[in-house]
Design a binder for this molecule. Structure first.
Ligand code: NAP
Ligand code: MG
Length: 510
């Protein structure tokens, strides 16, 4: 292997600390549940949300009980019947535009809150998460008065009350993916954020108050898995939208089977990032780093399996190691940080366990040398080489900064290995030949495929999975369709069309 002594970082041309100030945040010491347009105390006790970088308590959060969930669903039902379903699409759109603008106005505050509560680097929350949150609201605001023209079917109507459950990896962005299309389509919402990252959803509730959104249109019920369970099982819910693990997704599918509830499930992934020997290697290395080390690898569509053509394997792995040694791990609020904290002790344990299994099964482990802070939850960027398709770390989602490297010789082998997974959320292809990219993409069973890039998101582009990565799409026109029922062509009352009937029987005039 080439010399990979670090040339930057600790000790040599080191960066000065550049922490983002938290003075912009005016947090309360405790937060209640946001029901019917106001914060109120819950009846299920409370829990603390902490910063995973320091393990310090940030605020006390209400733990929504079954009775609280019931109150939130009742508020959403009332709001649906009395106000939201009576508004025109244009008026609903105005609220969404207002929310989007308020998100932009409070962007820095939201980014700081997100990094504090989640552990992600401020440069990611500031430059990716929050701008995308605003983009999602702007995009769906534009659809609110055009549902009839979305081409989804005749007479589009909202489902009613949507129960939405989101994970901790992109807390506010996942909220936006759920709430923006639901409201644009005319539904009202009860949303449960993840237990470890409720903060930005509660600040968002304040934004809803600022925007004068009618009470009950959006309700935020914080809590743990049991709160989510009560929400999914509530009999007055019309639609369930869930993003999270495949295991919980399966439980939800069982819980609602046989009911009238519609569902979309956005679940886990184990994406292949395929690098051909004709790829621009420097760009591919950046794409691999972005693919698996962005957001500490807590990304459902992360490129966690690198499939590299055998003849360039050593070169790619060497360059990757060089690059990883320049990544800066540490304080999420420091503007120079590339790798922040792992979201929770529980997730850190899972990453450690799976990495140990990888080693035990014979893969070679390499971790970038990092100074790991004393407090908080951290895991150095790690690469496993010599991984086979049957290795646990090639099959199970690690959801951390751990890359499994496999090789292939031919495009056919790359496709077979890429598809050899129970998941099918995303994939990446690196090659300078457009024809090869299209031919390979056509055979990959993945909902999103990036070519010569990775982890790109746009509100107009649908996102979702095949197989155990779930069903339904979020984003774009498809994402809107998930919140509407339309009349199928065959259900429409027959409309005698004299002119057409006569044309058909008589045939065209000669
Ligand atoms: P998770 O454990 O499935 O939790 C997701 C959400 O469901 C959380 O709000 C959780 O509450 C709640 N929940 C837990 N048990 C529940 C139950 N029985 N009924 C209803 N709700 C329940 O997943 P996670 O660990 O937070 O997130 C990581 C997973 O999400 C990964 O597998 C990742 O791939 C997936 N993900 C997928 C996408 C996508 O778009 N496909 C996007 C992001 C993440 P608590 O937090 O309080 O436990
Ligand atoms: Mg937290």
């Amino acid at each position: 292997m080439k010399d990979i002594t670090p040339t930057t970082g600790r000790g040599f041309l080191d960066y000065a600390p550049a922490p983002e100030s938290t003075s912009i945040l005016h947090l309360k010491d405790s937060y209640g549940l946001f029901i019917d347009g106001e914060f109120r105390e819950g009846t299920g006790g409370s829990f603390a949300t902490i910063s995973p970088a320091t393990e310090k308590r940030i605020a006390e959060i209400a733990n929504g009980s079954e009775a609280d969930v019931d109150a939130a669903v009742a508020a959403a039902r009332r709001a649906y019947e009395k106000t939201w379903s009576k508004l025109s699409g244009a008026d609903r759109g105005k609220y969404l535009f207002r929310i989007a603008r308020l998100v932009q106005e409070r962007a820095r505050e939201l980014a700081v809150a997100e990094s504090l509560d989640n552990g992600k680097p401020i440069k990611e929350s500031r430059d990716t998460d929050i701008p995308l949150v605003a983009a999602w609201f702007f995009y769906y605001a534009g659809w609110a008065d055009k549902l009839d023209y979305a081409g989804l079917g005749a007479n589009p109507r909202a489902h009613g009350v949507a129960a939405q459950i989101i994970p901790w990896n992109f807390p506010l962005l996942m909220l936006a993916w759920k709430i923006a299309p639901a409201l644009a389509a005319g539904n009202t919402v009860v949303l449960k954020p993840a237990e470890t990252t409720p903060l930005s959803a509660l600040l968002f509730a304040e934004i809803l108050q600022q925007a004068d959104l009618p009470p009950g249109v959006v309700n935020i019920v914080t809590g743990a898995g049991e709160t989510g369970q009560a929400l999914v099982r509530h009999p007055d819910v019309d639609k369930v939208a869930f993003t999270g693990s495949t295991g919980v997704g399966r439980e939800i599918a069982k819980a609602i089977a046989g009911t009238r509830k519609k569902a979309t499930l956005e679940l886990g992934g184990k994406a292949a990032n395929i690098v051909f020997d004709d790829a621009p290697i420097d760009q591919a290395v950046e794409g691999i780093v972005n693919g698996i080390f962005f957001n500490q690898g807590h990304v459902c569509c992360a490129g966690s399996r690198l499939l590299v053509q055998e003849n360039i394997h050593d070169e790619v792995v060497d360059r990757l190691k060089q690059r990883l040694m320049t990544l800066r791990l540490g304080d999420p609020l420091d503007k120079n940080t590339d790798i922040g904290a792992i979201n929770s002790a529980e997730q850190l344990e899972r990453i450690r366990t799976l990495s140990d299994i990888g080693e035990r099964e014979g893969a070679e482990r390499w971790s970038a040398p990092c100074d790991i802070p004393e407090n908080g939850f951290w895991f150095a960027p790690t690469i496993f080489t010599g991984v086979t398709t049957s290795s646990t770390i090639a099959r199970e989602e690690i959801f951390g900064p751990v890359l499994s490297v496999l090789t292939f010789r031919t495009p056919a082998e790359a496709i077979a290995k890429a598809n050899n997974t129970p998941y099918g959320l995303s994939a990446g292809i690196w090659s300078d030949k457009g024809s090869k990219i299209l031919a390979v993409a056509d055979k990959l069973r993945a909902g999103v495929i990036w070519a010569n890039t990775f982890n790109r998101f746009d509100p107009a582009s649908p996102f979702g999975g095949y197989k155990e990565s779930g069903y339904g799409r979020e984003g774009g026109r498809h994402g809107l369709g998930a919140y509407l029922t339309t009349q199928a062509v065959e259900d429409r009352p027959a409309q005698p069309d004299a002119s057409r009937a006569s044309r058909r029987t008589k045939g065209p005039k000669k």
